[in-house]
Design a protein around this ligand. Structure first.
Ligand code: PHE
Length: 503
């Protein structure tokens, strides 16, 4: 996978763009002097980009595809982007191009999703100022209601700085410590631990530095929380790899909270925790082995991670599955046969040389792995719902203590669910993640699941979705009135913010 990064040298300010595009009735039309080939090419790109999502992502998507830089600074006021191309598009070479996107709404921007007061629900009040790893973070730095390049709601800000993985008696802290112990025992004094690195990182750290392709879906506003167009809440702990390589670290474990926009069910939550492990080898280490560096690192990787899986799960059956990650080659997933099923434990591989080269090292190889702590803790401690990790209910928290991996969680009685269905005609910009964020913003952790239960398109081409929302508290019975009130608010917000038509 290779892509050309924008060099910046051709960027100039564009005052009077000579080429204009207008979007009318969902179709793009051209009012310009572009040659036909260029016209077709750009139309295809824009349509493709629109099918992925809408304006902001479109600008990112196009800029990455064309390897150009868009000017989006005045986006909220004037609905157009303008950009200069580099030498990838000959027909654009000397011309700045503007794309007009009139009346584009941003259903996923913060202003429509931040739901103020309700986000403290069931938890602690939201602090206005946090400190993570020595970095002071004010709420206004992360949640910017009027900035369309920001899609971080209050409910997500409320999770920043919680650092569940640093609580010694929390299942995630217990699991982290157990993994640390494994590496300390097998590689005494070698692995450095980082668990306080700030989750607010640049797009470059999160994606570019680890070779995530420009059109990779994880970069979209639908999948990632953007603080602004250059800054995100990390969506994986791999965001720290390049910097740690650059700073000369050779053996390290990074644990942290990561953020992904997602659907709602018992195993998905927009904030979860990952651990990244990395080990570097120098030529002396593999020269005597008869293998090349990559083969040697792959063999060492498998040995170390099979040992880790045994340390966590006992003597289980394991298998390696080939997979793809942009930052490793070869790449694998480790699966174990546990409680009657194959369970994916982690992703890993041999670090791409381009990442190491960029950090100034040409003579080394490295392995890297990433694992989701919740996923493993749910299995090891028998925790049935991912929301429980955030519970402050003593009936949950008192069941776990430092050093005790695998103590089985005893459910306190399960409270009855309450189902509410809602149907609406969707529009082009509709995504399930946006819907889930609205529901989560209103109902907080009272929402257990959002499921699409019906989907059809009528003769006029209008598509209807029906979603079933399951409300259930893990701590108490909910009253009808309480749920009805939430549901009314959900319906209102879904209609107003996602611009869908309720049926
Ligand atoms: N970052 C990957 C993820 O989030 C996991 C991973 C890390 C895979 C390191 C390979 C190497 O899915």
């Amino acid at each position: 996978m290779s892509y050309v990064r924008y060099s910046g040298s051709r960027l100039k300010k564009c005052k009077n763009p000579p080429v204009n595009w207008r979007r009318k009735n969902q179709n793009l039309s051209l009012s310009s002097d572009l040659p036909p080939k260029g016209e077709r090419f750009i139309t295809m790109l824009i349509q493709k980009a629109f099918s992925v999502s809408r304006a902001l992502s479109t600008s990112r998507y196009l800029s990455s595809l064309l390897s150009i830089q868009m000017h989006t600074a005045n986006l909220p006021k004037s609905p157009y982007f303008s950009f200069y191309s580099n030498n990838h598009c000959n027909f654009l070479k000397s011309k700045p191009l503007s794309i007009y996107l009139p009346s584009v709404s941003f259903p996923y921007c913060t202003s429509s999703l931040s739901l103020g007061k309700s986000s403290g629900k069931g938890g602690l009040p939201i602090a206005a100022l946090l400190e993570i790893g020595g970095v002071k973070i004010a709420k206004d730095d992360v949640v910017k209601e009027s900035d369309p390049t920001n899609n971080v709601p209050d409910s997500i800000f409320a999770k920043l700085g919680m650092q569940l993985h640093r609580r010694a008696n929390h299942p995630l802290g217990i699991l982290k410590k157990t993994i640390h112990d494994y590496f300390d025992t097998n590689f005494p004094g070698k692995f450095e631990k980082f668990d306080d690195l700030c989750p607010i990182v640049t797009v470059k750290q999160n994606f570019d530095d680890v070779l995530v392709p420009p059109d990779h879906v994880s970069r979209s506003y639908n999948d990632t929380y953007y603080v602004n167009s250059d800054t995100v809440l990390r969506c994986h702990t791999s965001a720290h790899q390049a910097e740690l390589f650059r700073n000369g670290h050779t053996h390290f474990l990074v644990t942290g909270d990561v953020y992904r926009r997602d659907s709602i069910d018992s195993t998905h939550y927009p904030v979860f925790h990952q651990m990244e492990g990395v080990r570097v080898f120098s030529p002396e280490e593999w020269s005597g082995s008869g293998m090349d560096g990559t083969a040697y690192a792959a063999a060492e990787l498998k040995k170390s991670l099979e040992g880790l899986a045994k340390h966590l799960f006992g003597d289980v059956e394991m298998r390696w599955v080939d997979t793809y990650f942009p930052f490793t080659n070869p790449s694998y997933e480790l699966e174990i046969f546990f409680q009657g099923k194959w369970l994916e434990v982690l992703g890993c591989g041999v670090t791409e040389q381009a990442i190491l080269r960029a950090s100034g090292r040409t003579d080394i190889v490295a392995w890297a792995f990433g694992l989701g702590l919740e996923r493993l803790a749910m299995v090891l401690f028998d925790i049935p719902d991912i929301r429980l990790f955030w519970s402050t209910d003593e009936r949950f928290t008192s069941q776990f203590s430092e050093g005790k991996l695998g103590v089985k969680f005893k459910s306190f009685s399960k409270f009855p669910p309450c189902y509410k269905d809602m149907s609406f005609w969707i529009n082009d910009g509709f995504t399930e993640n946006n819907l889930c964020e609205i529901v989560r913003g209103i109902a907080g952790d009272l929402v257990e699941e959002v499921t699409l239960i019906d989907n059809f398109t009528n003769k006029k081409g209008m598509t209807s979705h029906c979603y079933r929302i399951t409300y259930r508290s893990m701590e108490r019975s909910l009253t009808d009135d309480e749920i009805n009130e939430l549901q009314v608010k959900v319906r209102e917000d879904v209609q107003n913010k996602l611009k869908v038509v309720l049926r």
